[in-house]
Design a protein around this ligand. Sequence first.
Ligand code: C2E
Ligand code: MG
Ligand code: MG
Ligand code: MG
Length: 274
Amino acid sequence: TAKRSGRGGIVAFDQSMQDRLRETLTVSRLLRGALERDELMLYVQPQIRLRDGRTSGAEALLRWRLPDGSMIPPATFIRAAEHSGQIVEIGAWVLAKACALLAGLTDRGIACPRMAVNVSPRQFRDPDFVRMAIGTVRRAGLSPSAIELEITESLLLDDREAMTGLLHDLRSEGFRIAVDDFGTGYSSLSYLQRLPVDCVKIDRSFVKSLESDRSARTIAACITRLGQELGLTTLAEGVETREQEAILRDLGCDEAQGFLYAAPMPAPALADWL
Ligand code: C2E
Ligand code: MG
Ligand code: MG
Ligand code: MG
């Protein structure tokens, strides 16, 4: 948002706004080339059921591979893609790739119960999103119930009524809904009760310090309990050690995802891993 300066409401950009704008423009120009040159890649990370260690699904994670082979992590370009609107096209590509991967596994008789896909708030504001999502899933020969859409709490800061309606539409089509990075946003807890949500993902920042920090443990315990009481699946992200896993299992957390099991891998590697 631009600052209003003095009388007349003249809008002035300060230096950091200018920097951010320039960064967005640069990244989005590079990204256009990336799309044309097919440089985006789908990575996936398995999700594990703590009760029995079986794979419950996998999360699709976007990577950008430059011609020199180096990988650009999504944190550095997703925000620019949101600002430029390119995330709408990119997000549709990710969903289609994730569906193709899951359909391919199913054809080969390799069980992968579901695929989770990150959806940015900007995509939800696209009036065509629900139709696009249903069409993409159906064209791959899948049921929406095999797809979990990961949303962030910030989505609900947008336009609560409209977003709640959208989530209900998606849910009634059969999609599963997960709240990503739970506990780091600004929304109130009550929306978990109000919204059609299936899964809560406990943010990695709490998991990371489970062994050393009592308050992180308390927060993880509370989120798990909240999920249980509301009948939701709880999934801990960023699990790296057996100790963290043991604590989470004791708390009653249902599922986990993290380097302990597998780092994100290129989509074609998932079949062997499974
Ligand atoms: P996220 O959805 O919370 O994904 C989890 C992130 O944690 C991933 O980072 C993953 O590689 C990383 N991670 C998983 N296990 C561990 C672990 O044990 N230790 C550590 N240190 N990290 C772990 P990544 O792939 O860099 O993605 C970052 C974020 O970018 C994602 O966070 C998500 O918000 C966003 N993102 C990724 N792909 C997409 C996409 O297709 N669309 C949209 N809109 N956002 C995406
Ligand atoms: Mg996610
Ligand atoms: Mg997450
Ligand atoms: Mg996260």
